[in-house]
Design a protein around this ligand. Sequence first.
Ligand code: AMP
Ligand code: MG
Length: 397
Amino acid sequence: MRSVDEHQRAVAGLITARAPVDVAIGDALGLVLAADVVAPLALPGFDNSAMDGYAVVAEDIADATEEHPVKLPVAEDIPAGRTDPLVLEPGTAHRIMTGAPLPTGATAVIPVEATDGSTETVSIRASVVPGQHVRRAGEDVTPGTTVLHAGQVLTPAALGLAAALGLGSLRVVPRQRVLVMSTGSELVAPGTPLQPGQIYESNAVMLAAAVRDAGADVVTSSTTEDDVDLFRAELQKNAGDADLVITTGGVSAGAYEVVKDSLADEVEFVKVAMQPGMPQGSGVVWGTPIVTLPGNPVSALVSFEVFIRAPLRAAMGLPHPGRPRRPATLLEDLTSPRGRRQFRRGVVDHDGGTVTSYGPPASHHLRWLASADCLLEIAEDVTELAAGSPVQVWDLS
Ligand code: AMP
Ligand code: MG
């Protein structure tokens, strides 16, 4: 049997990053920058008002008080967006709005709250010091500054900064494109009637969601019956559009194992020393890496977590690609098969640092998986764990 670590290395070795591309900033959330971003312009781009009020020469209103207001004629009205160059003559005021360009000659802005708000002759009841309520050009960003760095994840704020700098697109590591294929002649799409012996397909939708949750794109997610010709045709049709193919089902020891029967030349089928998820495979089909997961839904999702999620995220440049792992104290007795690494579903109490396993270890209990928030990892050489033992958990939350 192949060890979990060995199969992790085999899968990770197949998944590689795509070449960087330019992506519109509206589509770049969560992607990783492939190049530093150097500011092409200053922020603010020009001196402008920080308040709604009046642009003045500060000295002109130095003596203004509640009791002795200073009156100035209002020579201009400057809303945000006014683009013509303006000059403020000493002894006058310009009504000005937040973000509007400060007229040449003005040295400060008096907020409207300290005035009578007039548009003809404004009565000003307070003084200002030069520079007050003025945002200076370049005080946030000077041109030529590296403001975002290659390798950082694009957050809403980072995209806002790029937009403020006038950058319509950014050079990023593209998302991996993943083809998800489930197999099984018993499978019927949710929403259609079931015949006796049929079940609803759940792996394709689950793994497609897991792929997206990992930050990657799904090229196609499809289900084929256990027919070698149909399966190979479907695979060949879509593999070229994908960076990775994930299949489920058809890799066990029975008859009608469609994935095994179809890809004997392209895929190395192995038994991995883990539970759930023993039958696994990896290889390359029509130039695209492929990982073949077992069909039991719990095995399929646990296998995705153990073998695919971290290298998929690493290939997109994401920092901390793996699930966080931490020790927790087990609250119950557990057994685990000798020679297999067991992944139990569990529920963690983060405050108390404790964990309980959730549901039976068998690999078809999807309900328990849906309520679990962690995987308990139990080492190959451990067969019994007593309540109170330390155990490693993978945080899925
Ligand atoms: P297999 O690995 O194809 O032998 O499938 C193992 C078990 O998982 C069988 O009970 C299948 O019916 C079930 N199974 C396989 N694929 C799916 C799927 N896509 N959705 C739900 N159950 C599945
Ligand atoms: Mg099957």
